[in-house]
Design a protein around this ligand. Structure first.
Ligand code: GLA
Length: 397
């Protein structure tokens, strides 16, 4: 049974009738533009064919009743006030309802929902953003909030879900994750300018029109460390921005507005840690621009090389890689079909993302597994994915 069938069957069992709507939203990989989003920079990402699915139906009262099939756990809260929470997983759905209400007004009614998914959790593939988007989309599909679906309301929704995560859940993420899960398209990459919200879809195909495989390699290391380090990196980036604001005034909005030449010229006057963090952000921005040109030419070789350069910049300048992630990249470099690879998302743990010639994907995955074991690492989890469409409503079955 696929996810949709399982969600629908569980819904019938839990609530005694079929769901009215089934929504799904994909996980995402960050292809280029690491830690650029909160610096007002450029990001290139793609949705992957791993999803969170929400089967939902309206209620006659104002309760939200949730059943997580993966966790075999239930939660229930009032759609007009859901301030406190106990279990960690319920922060996300509660945050979504909170943010939807704050932005678009009270929900028309309560709802029942079954949630399940196959986006690996805690691996840096945005399982939480895909849960947020699938639930929000289910609420839209049920008509609980009145929002026409077009690209400008989609962006509004992405920012609303980002707010759920920033304010309600308390995770200081940028817009990348929510944007990607809402805007992704089949065989496409997404480019977002985080300073002004401009975005575009780019074909993620080679010169024969074939989409590459996106092979995600999970280092299986805990991401607990990542949360504290993520915030620290944000502060380190701000030290450089503050330095230039003192010189140029507060109109300097983003780190991204600096030029690499500024950093090079002022290198010795800058904070020794902050300047390397800033160099990563600025060179990443350049790589995204070069990556867009490469995708427009269907030049996946160049695109892959830029991804590998991004990993090096993470490793040396941003210092958000780890032994486990570096080992995965080393093993990938020797594997067949490899076009390029880098860590994906926050870093320090979680996954690498690799662009691989589709026909070689299975051989690539087994070569990476062997390569990591040979280097004494733990057996990685490997996911061969395709660039997949963004959040949407499916026909309930
Ligand atoms: C995490 C955050 C994103 C982004 C990446 C790094 O995935 O949630 O907003 O900052 O790290 O690029």
């Amino acid at each position: 049974m696929d996810l949709v069938d399982r969600a629908s069957a569980a819904y019938v069992e839990e609530y005694g009738g079929p769901p009215h709507r089934v929504a799904q939203a994909p996980g995402r990989v960050e292809l280029l533009g690491n830690h650029t989003d909160y610096n007002g920079g450029l990001v290139l990402s793609a949705g992957i064919d791993r999803h969170t699915v929400v089967a939902a139906g309206p209620r006659t009262d104002r309760l939200a009743c949730l059943f997580s099939l993966d966790l075999a756990a239930r939660d229930q809260f009032h759609v007009d006030h859901q301030a406190s929470f106990d279990a960690a997983w319920t922060r996300y759905p509660r945050g979504v309802v909170w943010a939807l209400r704050e932005r678009f007004g009270p929900l028309r009614s309560g709802f029942n929902a079954v949630i399940l998914g196959d986006v690996p959790q805690g691996a840096g593939l945005s399982s939480s953003a895909s849960l947020e988007a699938a639930l929000a989309w289910a609420c839209l599909g049920l008509g609980l909030i009145d929002l026409p679906i077009n690209d400008s309301t989609r962006m509004d929704l992405a920012r609303t879900l980002q707010r759920a995560e920033n304010v309600y859940v308390g995770v200081a993420c940028g817009l990348l994750d929510q944007f990607s899960t809402l805007f992704a398209a089949a065989d496409s990459a997404l480019m977002l300018d985080c300073a002004n919200g401009h975005w575009e879809r780019l074909p993620l195909v080679d010169d024969q029109g074939l989409a590459p495989a996106i092979v995600v390699c999970d280092s299986r290391t805990s991401r607990r460390l990542a949360d504290g380090m993520y915030n620290r990196r944000r502060t380190e980036c701000e030290t450089v921005l503050d330095h230039y604001r003192q010189l140029r005034g507060n109109s300097l909005r983003w780190l991204r507005d600096l030029r690499l030449e500024d950093l090079e010229r002022d290198w010795l006057a800058l904070d020794p840690v902050g300047r390397r963090r800033a160099r990563h952000v600025l060179t990443e921005n350049q790589r995204v621009e070069a990556g867009r040109d490469a995708l427009q030419r269907a030049d996946l070789k160049t695109f892959g090389r830029l991804m590998s350069e991004s990993h090096e910049s993470s490793r040396l300048d941003f210092e958000n890689s780890s032994e486990g992630l570096d080992r995965l990249i080393e093993a990938a470099r020797e594997a067949p079909g490899f076009l390029g690879g880098k860590l994906s998302g926050a870093g320090w743990a979680g996954c690498t993302v690799n662009l691989v010639q589709a026909a070689a994907a299975a051989d690539f995955a087994s070569a990476v597994r062997d390569g990591v074991l040979r280097r004494g690492g733990p057996e990685p989890r490997l996911y061969v994915c395709r660039p997949a469409p963004g959040a949407g409503i499916l026909e309930p079955r």
